[in-house]
Design a protein around this ligand. Structure first.
Ligand code: ADP
Ligand code: ADP
Length: 246
């Protein structure tokens, strides 16, 4: 049974023109009839040029935005009809890792506060158990326990992304949306982060929706790759075909 299912999803945005009075002059089809299923433990990559609708698709999947039409099911449940309470549970079960590890971590929070934040938001554990959990998570992402008391600016891009990953993992989600998680990193660091994500997936049975503009990054982590163009999935290939093609 799929963990996540998008069925004929459309997201239209109004296009407005005019400097003083904004007049609606049309619509842009950011996502135009997208369907896919994501099985538990699977990695589906969504690739395509800038503007093709990847991040809109990711935001729709997490229900950060509402689709104009279509159905989104998570764990069999239609989340376009979810109640507030359902959404709270879903928000815990789906976490996101952002592209830019320099701007996505609050510079005024310690690493411990950053990683523990989703646990605080979702009332997981008490202070002491969260403290222990943060240190365990740091170890999982190959950082050291003493890093907990430091601030994000004291870390490299790759280390910051590890902190972002630890944060996402803190509430034991099943689905992680990886929104260009290595695009802002040096090529030499990209492979380390991708391998870490792969290892964590194996260890915890995580399901990944992996957004990327390039195919190179996702080739080795994905079970399937969906190619988007102008808001549509124009091609979907499984791992075997990816490796067979030169
Ligand atoms: P990608 O992530 O592949 O770069 P996006 O999903 O960000 O693509 O954008 C797809 C299309 O939708 C683009 O043409 C973009 O300009 C448009 N778009 C995205 N978000 C909005 C918005 N909030 N308002 C208006 N247009 C938007
Ligand atoms: P992009 O990569 O397209 O420039 P961002 O990565 O900055 O966009 O943010 C992606 C979306 O996620 C934005 O719409 C933002 O409002 C939302 N967002 C930002 N922080 C969080 C968070 N901690 N949890 C959930 N959603 C967030």
């Amino acid at each position: 049974k799929p963990l996540l299912e998008l069925e004929d999803i459309r997201k239209l945005y109004p296009v407005k023109k005019g400097l003083i009075i904004q007049k609606e002059v049309g619509t842009v089809r950011a996502v135009d009839g997208v369907s896919f299923q994501l099985m538990p433990g699977e990695t589906l990559a969504v690739v395509g040029e800038s503007g093709c609708g990847k991040s809109t698709t990711a935001r729709l999947a997490m229900r950060l935005i509402e689709p104009t039409s279509g159905t989104i099911r998570y764990d069999g449940q239609d989340i376009t009809k979810a109640t507030r309470q359902d959404m709270r549970r879903l928000r815990r079960d789906m976490q996101i890792i952002f592209q830019d590890p320099y701007s996505s971590l609050n510079p005024r929070m310690t690493v411990e506060e950053i990683i523990a934040e989703p646990m605080v938001v979702h009332n997981v554990g008490d202070r002491a158990s969260r403290r222990d959990r943060v240190r365990e998570l740091l170890r999982l992402v190959d950082l050291a326990p003493y890093h907990a008391d430091r601030y994000p600016h004291e870390f490299s891009g790759g280390q910051r992304q590890r902190i972002g990953i630890a944060r996402a993992l803190s509430v034991s989600p099943r689905l992680i949306v990886c929104d260009e998680p290595v695009s802002a990193l040096d090529v030499s660091i990209q492979a380390q982060i991708v391998n870490l994500l792969k290892d964590l997936q194996k260890e915890f049975g995580l399901t990944y929706l992996f957004i990327s503009h390039g195919l190179a990054v996702v080739k080795h982590v994905s079970d399937r790759v969906a190619v988007m163009y102008l808001g549509q999935i124009v091609e979907i290939a499984d791992k075997k075909n990816l490796y067979d093609n030169p």
